[in-house]
Each structure stands twice: as C-alpha cells, then as structure tokens.
Design a protein around this ligand. Structure first.
Ligand SMILES: NC(=O)C1=CN([C@@H]2O[C@H](COP(=O)(O)OP(=O)(O)OC[C@H]3O[C@@H](n4cnc5c(N)ncnc54)[C@H](OP(=O)(O)O)[C@@H]3O)[C@@H](O)[C@H]2O)C=CC1
Ligand SMILES: O=C(O)[C@@H]1CCC=N1
Length: 267
C-alpha cells in the first residue's frame, strides 16, 4: 500500500495555501512539504509562515511524491506540461472544471492523476473535499489523495461526473455562508446594533448553528422547526424569505455554478 508523504503544492494562492496551512496544522512535517511559487518573495513569506521549502514549481514538484496543483484552471495544462514529472508520482488537482482526462493527456505514462474539489476551511482543518480518481489512478493512488485531504478536513470519494455538482455545494459553499454572514451583519446595523456587536452575534450564531447541525445529526428542517415558534418572530422572518424565493435562488445559483464548471472545462 502506497504511503507517499513528500508533498509539493504548486500554485500557493487562496486554496493552495489553505491546504498547506491545514497540512502543517495537522502535524505534517514541514521538511516534507514544498511550495512551488513563481515569486521569490512569496516563497520567503511561506517559508517564514510554515517552515516549508519554497522553490520554483518544477523544482518543488521534482522533490515530491505528491504534486498538488493549486493554480487557476486555465493554467493547469501548461503547468503540468512544464513540470518534469516521473512515473510513480501522483498529481492531485484542486482545479474547478478540468477533467482527469485532460490532465492525463498532459502527463507522462505512469503518473497518476486524481481530481479533487476542496474548500477554504481546509486551512483550519475543517475543509470538505470530494475526490475522484482518473483512469490512471489505482485504488492506492486514490487512497493517498484521500489521506492527504483528510489531514485538512472531511473527504468523500465520488464518481468524477459528480465533481462539478460537489463544487457548486461544498467548493463554493463557504462563499454562500460568508455572503449570508455579511448580509446579517448589515441587517443588524440597520436594526441599530453597533457593527462590532452585530459581527459577534453573527459569527457565533453561524459557528454554533453549524456545530449543532453536525453534532446533532438532525435534518436541517428539524433544527429550523425548533427555532420557529408557532405564530412567533422566526415564522414572520421565514415568510419574508419564502416570498423572496431564497430557496429557489439557491437552486438557480448552484446550477449556474455547476454549469460554469462545465464551461471552464470547454474553454
Ligand atoms: N478559492 C477557493 O475557494 C477554491 C479554489 N479551487 C481551485 O483552486 C485553484 C486556485 O484557486 P485560488 O487559490 O482561488 O486562486 P489564486 O489566484 O489565489 O491562486 C493561484 C496561485 O497560483 C500561482 N501560480 C500561477 N502560476 C504559477 C506558476 N507558474 N508557478 C507557481 N505558482 C503559480 C499564483 O501565484 P501568484 O501569487 O504569483 O499570482 C497564485 O498564488 C483553482 O484552480 C480553483 O478552481 C478549488 C476549490 C476552492
Ligand atoms: O470560484 C471558483 O472558481 C473556485 C472553485 C470553487 C470555489 N472557488
């Protein structure tokens, strides 16, 4: 059973750095972590922050057994072609839209490709990642990718046809939650609360509600019902949200997200 431990993250932006931070937080030895960067000053920052070795992308990838791709989707193929990958290495892509088939055509034989869709809470070990192996990936390769991403949160293995849908729910999900948080803080200010108080109320309410959802194992509708007293204040608010078709907006928004992944794949 393969247990690759030397990991390069090539493209250390918002998502790549979240994975890097999560790996360090989970106790992964910094000596086994390599940051592939294109700006030396960025590399120096990452070394100072995490104790990892930073180098240009090709050098970082050469030092590793697992190469995590954290570049933008439209940079993935060019990046893969520029790395001197060798048989036995595992490529783990974080990129939206780009299929394993496309990536496999850009790597040498014997390099396994696994596609994932993580999210930014990975940076504090609370991420959610879906994982799908390409035809090049053995069960051991998928297991290595799962182990890698489990270090930074929850993992679900899915068929590749489901990755774009998962991206629309969990990959982008934090953005929807932060959007709601932003709106609620602003709403509190409109109701006369000091901004700092509104922020504290919203942050702890979202954190507490998320933990309650996870730890109770209850369906969200059941938890919502417990807040909604008959004829009470919550019911008055929910009526307004239903009139504004917020639930339908989530259906449309996530479909637009899924469709955008498909467009990215075709660009
Ligand atoms: N942000 C998110 O929540 C999520 C993002 N993703 C995926 O993660 C990927 C990255 O997205 P995101 O982190 O938001 O984007 P960013 O723009 O923040 O990160 C991309 C990084 O790639 C670096 N880069 C580009 N070219 C090179 C190169 N030749 N050598 C080394 N580094 C290079 C950039 O460097 P520089 O800083 O110098 O510009 C930048 O740091 C995308 O494919 C996206 O689909 C997936 C799930 C969630
Ligand atoms: O917005 C994006 O394209 C990326 C993929 C999922 C979350 N962020």
């Amino acid at each position: 059973m393969s247990q690759r431990s030397r990991i390069a993250i090539v493209g250390v932006g918002n998502m790549g750095e979240a994975v890097l931070a999560g790996l360090v937080k989970s106790g992964h030895a910094p000596a086994d972590l390599f940051a592939g960067v294109r700006r030396p000053e960025h590399g120096e920052e990452l070394t100072a922050r995490y104790g990892v070795t930073a180098a240009p992308a090709a050098e970082a990838a050469a030092a590793a057994e697992i190469v995590v791709l954290g570049v933008k989707p439209y940079d993935v193929v060019a990046m893969l072609s520029s790395l001197d990958l060798r048989a036995g290495q595992l490529v783990v892509s974080l990129a939206a839209g780009i299929t394993t088939e496309v990536m496999e055509s850009a790597v040498p034989d014997g390099v396994a490709v696994v596609r994932t869709m993580p999210n930014t809470p990975s940076g504090i070990g609370e991420g959610m990642t879906v994982v799908a192996g390409g035809v090049s990936a053995s069960d051991d390769d998928v297991a290595d990718a799962v182990r890698l991403m489990e270090a930074v949160g929850g993992v679900a293995v899915v068929p590749e046809k489901n990755v774009d849908a998962a991206a629309a729910i969990s990959g982008s999900g934090p953005a929807y939650v932060f959007y709601v948080a932003e709106a609620l803080v602003e709403a509190g200010v409109h109701l006369g609360l000091p901004r700092a108080t509104a922020s504290k109320l919203v942050t702890q309410t979202l954190a507490g509600s998320s933990l309650l959802l996870r730890e109770s194992g209850e369906h969200p509708a059941v938890l919502r019902e417990r807040v909604t007293s008959p004829g009470g204040t919550t019911a008055a608010a929910l009526r307004v949200l239903e009139s504004a078709a917020v639930r339908a907006a989530f259906l449309d928004a996530t479909r637009a997200n899924r469709d955008r992944s498909r467009e990215i794949a075709a660009e």
